[in-house]
Ligand binder design. Sequence first.
Ligand code: AHR
Length: 799
Amino acid sequence: MDLSQTLPAHRLEIRASEPGPKIDPLLYGIFWEELDFAGDGGIYAELVRNWNFEADPAEPLYWTAIQTEGASGSISLDTSVRLNECQTHSLRVDVLDVQKNGRFAVSNEGYWGIPVENGTAYRLSFFARSEGAIAPSIRVTLEDASGNVVYGSVSIEEIRGEWGKYSATITANGDDPNGRLVLTFKQTGTVWLDIVSLFPPTYPDSLGVFRNDLVTLLKEMKPAFMRFPGGCYIQGFTGIDQAFDWKKSIGPIEMRQGMYIMWSYFATGAMGYHEMLQLSEHIGAEPIYVCNCGQTMNESVPDHDLDRWIQTALDAIEYANGPVTSQWGIVRAANGHPEPFNMKIVQIGNEDAVPRFQADYDRHYFVFRQAILDRYPDMKIVQSVNQLTDDPEWNGQPADYLDHHFYRSPDWFFNNASKYDNYPRSEPAVFLGEVASMSPDVGEGNLWGAIGEAAFLTGAERNADVVKLATYAPLLRNVNWRNWNPNMIMFDNTRSYGIPSYYLWKIFMENTGDTYLPSSISDNLHVKHITLEGAVGVGTWGTSAEFKDISVTDRNGQSLADDFTDTSLWKQHRGDWELRDGVFAQSSLETRCWFEFLRVDTCDYIYRLRAKKVSGSEGFQIPFSVNDGGGFIWNIGGWENNRSSIMRTSGEQMLEVGQSVPIEVETGRWYDLQIDVHGDVIHCSLDGQVIHEYTVEPVTTPILFASVNRDTLRGDLIIKLVNTSAQARTTNISISGVTDVVDQGTVIVLANDDPTIENSFEEPYRVVPVTRVINNISTTFEYEAPAYSINVLRLKEKN
Ligand code: AHR
């Protein structure tokens, strides 16, 4: 990440008289998906976990029976006494004995604790029915995790013999981020419970369900659109029953059916289709619905079953847009929103056009698009493309947008900021539906990641005639769970903060004009030397293998490591690794099983080892010269055991460099491997024969990235300037094609000398944008962009 280099002042020349493409007012939005507990345990403010007892058919997860001396009873899931046809389980509570000082109760632990705040009134409700001579009562308390402190309570009297809904308010008299909700049964008998709910105060007018701080963070970004509900969430992994089914997610909460989702948890369906539409409305964003197109991530439904999925998509549109007299418009109105939501863009499938399903996707896309346009001729359609490649291809069928996804390293974003400069203008426009820096060098979301994204977005704005929509992904993560890293907004039960990318996207959202103005920057090239110092290791891909006789020496045979036992240097990326009798064995058949065990601090070394394939589809992957942001891999028997190549890696990306050689690794045979690194030159030898020679080329990237817009309505010029280097960069800005500018402007700066800086719960505002006034502005003026900075200058045109 060393980008330091001394350079003279740069010149940024802006040609305001040659206006470029119009910028779509929808350009920047957000992407909402149920992942990392974004909805349940997240923006949907319900505090009770497994409130419908549907999370696991085997046991009432997150519920515990409390039984003290003098009381006894049991709790169990009951499938025979059901609240209604949608709820397949209730909680049966059998209270056998309650002496004077005894207590029989059930407690719910919430989503990693129930947060309790002094003075706050909580809305409690549940459905219950009883069996027995007397109608029992239940005392409901908010307590600390051990039950020693009670923060508030309410008694619900006379639970009747038929299902009924009981509601009350509990006001807390203490603070506890990790409390619990307890229902204590005062009489013997049997009680069934379902839909046990506890809400804190929520975002105003938000159906009473949205978490205040999280909605506020979203609203403050001012996103123009909200893409939802996924993501892979709409696809499901295997089995279409894991795919999001919007119809099961609307209406009274007790009629919702959750499902075990592909992100490995049960989602209750509470954050349903209506809530998502409502959320987009609250934050002023246009809804963009991604419908399932009859495919999961691993299978396609047979063509004769497609009609059902087409109808599901059409009904979703009708629910959003249909008149109150239509079948689904009536349901929307009954759910509290008679006015249509006015959805104008629909996406057909998410990431379904991967090579093995391309043909299926193309067929599905054709019929879905036809059916949607037949009924809604003005609807704009987004086509899913193969997201596994850097250059996703259009399938040739008409589309308003192609959905490009890039989870890449900041370096990749720098190198690809001109990606759309040569995009064929005859092809559909681009929706950057998921964009985020993702690599080891961005931690849990640092400034460096935001700088990578900012550089890329300047290129998107330059190509605003092609790139019409763009959004970061994913959006929200409850830090107690991790499906994905990084996420834009992090939260726990009581706190939340935006990572630097949150602020980058926010300031770009707030500062986008209507027209792009061309500009150029002088002296802008930075030459980055790739160092061959770094870690060495062993690895496999879809293969189990063994490694032994490992050594790293200098050219005189002197060992550069006495042994490989300094475990503080060991870094494992997947796999099942075991060291037995000097043989290092990897037994998993997962992909990308890498183990780094030694850092070599010189570019002059010889790395030797012996390797044997045990089973699986490929051969060996030998990491070397690995640094934080990436390194190299010798891939022997890659591409289903067909060839050998040297590959550059950057995070999860792998790029073949140099010449590949055909090879097939035999199972059960020991191979002698040697990697000789000398300065910039790498030699790889197999059984004593050099099969690769590769000289590492320096990489050239721009230091500054810029995008200039005009905001015609406000008479403003907006200059976005991204400094990727470790030094402040003086920039002489000259603007041609405007008469004059007001001599005072503003600049918003997101910067830090340390690009690895992150925000946290303890320091949520460590790296946030700072706005200040800049003076002495004219059509030529000087601006200094701080080291590692994202700058947004706003100037006012005179007249
Ligand atoms: O944003 C996280 C996931 O990344 C989305 O579900 C999917 O579309 C992509 O692969």
